[in-house]
Design a protein around this ligand. Structure first.
Ligand code: GRF
Length: 219
């Protein structure tokens, strides 16, 4: 049965586009049933037909909880099997997470648990890390702290800037996202007591996927 995926995004939506392209190519048996944003001008919204778009301005709400409640009701109305945060830049409150517990995934540009939060590429360069990368994890109320499902490393190259590294990590995010969305859509993925379960087995260590870099590297 085709999985129903709802996507939360705040920016350009290149991760969303990766999902849409995989669906169109027949690689992912799913349908995107809604795109939700805290930024009405987010280009991510333009990547789907108007009826699938939802956006509100958080500061027009009396509280973070009120915004999240409206968002949760609208997301619930799409009857999603999975809710995927793809470049969604707001923290989801506990009420939202609990309402969709075990069905909310996030793509994060670091090898978690390293570099939760923002500016991950600059932090990796600052630390002179040899490798950086992306992680796909279950969302829990604590920021970027849910069970990690899969990760993909990206070598740091001499002369990398945060921008050049981010571009290569983003390419890997797209591929990691589609890989995990496929596991989810096929019903192979679950969360139990804070542990990611794949095919009934706990993933005490995340899957590590090595995606051959595109060459020459994205400048
Ligand atoms: C990217 O920086 C990505 O690392 C993070 O969200 C940002 C925007 O991604 N996940 P997108 O192009 O809007 O999907």
């Amino acid at each position: 049965m085709t999985a129903r995926i709802t996507v939360l995004a705040s920016g350009s939506g290149s991760n969303l586009q990766a999902l849409l392209d995989a669906i169109d190519a027949g690689q992912l048996d799913a349908q995107v049933v809604g795109v939700f944003s805290d930024k009405p001008a987010a280009f991510a919204l333009q990547r789907v037909p108007e009826p699938l778009r939802w956006s509100r301005v958080p500061k027009e709400y009396a509280s973070r909880e009120a915004f999240d409640a409206d968002l949760a009701d609208a997301v619930a109305a799409t009857t999603p099997d999975w809710v995927i945060c793809a470049g969604y830049m707001r923290i989801l409150g506990a009420a939202f997470v609990e309402r969709f517990r075990g069905r909310v995934l996030n793509i994060h540009p670091s090898l978690l648990p390293k570099y939760r939060g923002l500016h991950t590429h600059a932090r990796a360069l600052e630390a002179s890390d040899a490798e950086h990368g992306a992680s796909m994890h279950f969302v829990i109320p604590e920021l970027d702290a849910g069970a990690v499902i899969a990760q993909a490393p990206v070598l740091v190259l001499a002369g990398d800037t945060a921008e050049s590294l981010a571009r290569r990590v983003l390419q890997v995010e797209h591929r990691l996202l589609v890989h995990v969305a496929k596991l989810a859509a096929e019903g192979r993925l679950a969360e139990h007591d804070g542990v990611a379960i794949l095919d009934g087995h706990p993933l005490f260590t995340p899957q590590r996927l090595e995606f051959a870099p595109t060459w020459p590297p994205v400048a």
